[in-house]
Design a protein around this ligand. Structure first.
Ligand SMILES: Cc1cc2nc3c(=O)[nH]c(=O)nc-3n(C[C@H](O)[C@H](O)[C@H](O)COP(=O)(O)OP(=O)(O)OC[C@H]3O[C@@H](n4cnc5c(N)ncnc54)[C@H](O)[C@@H]3O)c2cc1C
Length: 549
């Protein structure tokens, strides 16, 4: 027998989109429940860096960021183009700041400007070289009580005894090069000691964001049912009236008097859907999204008549397929002293370009496999993942085939199967460009974005260093992602739409379960979480409004 339970609002998925939607509905007086498939909450959100791109929010304005609604609108339109209706872009920009203020009021979350992390295309009209991204400040996990144990694990654990924020990475990477590297390292230990003395358990980045949202739900008495996957939507006379879930091995019918918000993430871990919708090569091995994100919500919405958009897309990022899992290669490819080459042994991209653009170029040019070529000087200078400068790369990286080494460029070329004369010529040409300080081939270093994870002590250009000191290294680069970003077509209120543009009453989608408001663009650090949270918020507000209407 099916158990029937009734709420005003039923939210699917306890990530950023779902938890913000649930908190908003609850704080407006609607009885709300969140169902979560995994045995932990937080989804990809808990694994993330938790940069949040919301122009003109109060945290940015208080920090003196010179933003205006006109600048933000001009910039976002330039990044996204005409793939996404202007009404949705406007809704995001208008509601985002109110959503951040709402979280400051109703959760323990506090945010800080990621000072100096540029918009990804700062030279476009309205772009800001100092950036518009914020991140959570360290949060005391004690606010979660026993619920802390059910928070999804981070993508990369920080070393014990440290409290590391997003903005610290830039300087930690330069620990052997710049005095600020050492002062940053000291600060993050001091932060830990101060918190420890106060009896706190500090968490940061995605842990803080997901934990802070969960703490808001706890305070608002919103239940989060773990181990409770959505199986299908219930549709009655064209309206979505609830969902079916499995809970403790039993089917439960959850009736939603006001609406259902689907925030169940993307389909990054669904091999069949990836093959159906995305270009080859693709697969579940190269994503760093949460393993429970298998597109269930997207499929259920499609079965209920929702149109799907952008299904060939993802939040792409170049990954190194390390034996411990794909490694999102961010600062490492931007720091000077490396180049990316294609199977012909030629450079094909500005290595320091925004991550999405690098992978789109890989697909456009069929650059598979691609390799990042570096030298020993690069290893001596910079942090790589969590490996301090000078230390040898782990032997397992060689054993897995992700890393190859040789004393000469020609020998390296032979080992990775690219033409040795071409690779030698490519390195020689790049070394000449590095000495002049201008990459006239791919314009690395021309945008101020390229300079964020660069080395200010490297002359004449912080983004460009010659590859000179043997041995030389090649790291395999694959087209990975932080999650997919195609899904349910929604309008400016987060309402799910049919192919003919009509609204499916009672059904909303936000976050990676919906087609991204960014289209195939990426405005700045936080371009996935900013919209996910804003459209979760907007969906709940629409339910509230419709309830009173
Ligand atoms: C290493 C890393 C760094 C990142 N850094 C950033 C960053 O700094 N800024 C940024 O904007 N983005 C970043 N991202 C991407 C960002 O984390 C995601 O795009 C975002 O968290 C998606 O939020 P969401 O709410 O849509 O989905 P999620 O947070 O993934 O939540 C979806 C939830 O739905 C649940 N679910 C799935 N199926 C069902 C079902 N059938 N029933 C019930 N529940 C279900 C899942 O288990 C999951 O908990 C990063 C990602 C990674 C991995």
């Amino acid at each position: 027998m099916t158990t029937v339970v009734e709420y005003d609002v039923v939210v699917v998925g306890a990530g950023a989109a779902g938890m913000v939607g649930a908190l908003t509905a609850a704080k407006r007086g609607l009885q709300t429940v969140v169902v979560e498939k995994a045995d932990v909450y937080g989804g990809t959100t808990a694994r993330s860096g938790a940069g949040i791109w919301i122009p003109n929010n109060e945290v940015l304005l208080d920090a003196g960021v010179p933003d205006t609604p006109t600048k933000a609108a001009e910039y976002l339109a330039a990044v996204v183009g005409d793939e996404v209706p202007a009404t949705r872009l406007q809704a995001y920009l208008s509601a985002g700041p109110a959503m951040i203020s709402f979280l400051l009021e109703h959760t323990p979350l506090r945010f800080a400007w990621m000072e100096g992390y540029p918009d990804y295309y700062p030279e476009l009209p309205g772009g800001l070289p100092g950036g518009r991204s914020i991140e959570p400040q360290p949060l005391d996990a004690n606010v979660l009580g026993a619920e802390y144990a059910a928070l999804n694990a981070p993508y990369m654990a920080t070393p014990p005894g440290t409290v590391v924020m997003d903005v610290d990475y830039k300087w930690l990477a330069l620990i052997a090069r710049h005095p600020r590297g050492l002062t940053t390292a000291t600060e993050i230990v001091q932060r830990y000691l101060a918190a420890w003395a106060r009896g706190e358990k500090p968490i940061t980045m995605g842990q803080a964001l997901a934990g802070g949202l969960r703490a808001g739900l706890l305070a608002a008495d919103v239940p989060v049912w773990l181990n409770t996957p959505l199986t299908e939507l219930v549709v009655s006379e064209g309206r979505v009236t609830g969902i079916r879930v499995v809970r403790d091995g039993e089917e439960v019918l959850l009736t939603a008097r006001r609406g259902v918000i689907v925030g169940s993430g993307g389909f990054e871990h669904n091999e069949a859907m990836r093959k159906q919708y995305q270009e080859a090569p693709t697969g579940t091995d190269w994503t760093v999204g949460a393993s429970s994100n298998t597109g269930d919500g997207i499929r259920a919405c499609a079965e209920a008549g929702a149109a799907l958009d952008l299904m060939d897309s993802a939040w792409w990022g170049p990954m190194i397929p390390l034996p411990t899992g794909p490694y999102f290669c961010l600062s490492e490819r931007t720091l000077p002293g490396n180049i990316f080459v294609n199977p012909a042994g030629e450079r094909f991209v500005n290595e320091a370009a925004p991550y999405g653009d690098v992978v789109r170029t890989m697909y456009a040019q069929d650059a598979f496999p691609a390799w990042m070529i570096t030298d020993q000087r690069y290893r001596n200078r910079y942090l790589f993942r969590d490996l301090p400068p000078l230390l040898p790369y782990p032997s397992e990286w060689y054993d897995s085939g992700a890393l190859v080494r040789d004393w000469t460029i020609r020998g390296l070329a032979d080992k990775i199967g690219v033409p040795s004369a071409t690779l030698s010529a490519t390195v020689k040409r790049f070394n000449t460009l590095a000495k002049t300080g201008r990459d006239t081939d791919f314009h690395r270093g021309d945008s101020s974005y390229d300079h964020y994870y660069a080395d200010p002590t490297n002359d004449p250009n912080p983004c460009l260093a010659a590859l000179v000191l043997p041995p030389f290294y090649a790291m395999r680069i694959v087209p990975g992602d932080l999650g997919t970003n195609g899904g349910v077509r929604t309008d400016e209120r987060g309402r799910a739409l049919r192919e003919d543009g009509t609204v499916i009453p009672g059904l909303y989608a936000a976050g990676n379960a919906s087609a991204a408001v960014m289209g195939k663009g990426y405005a700045g650090a936080g371009s996935t979480l900013g919209p996910a949270m804003t459209f979760g918020y907007l969906a709940a507000l629409d339910i509230v409004e419709a309830s009173h209407g």
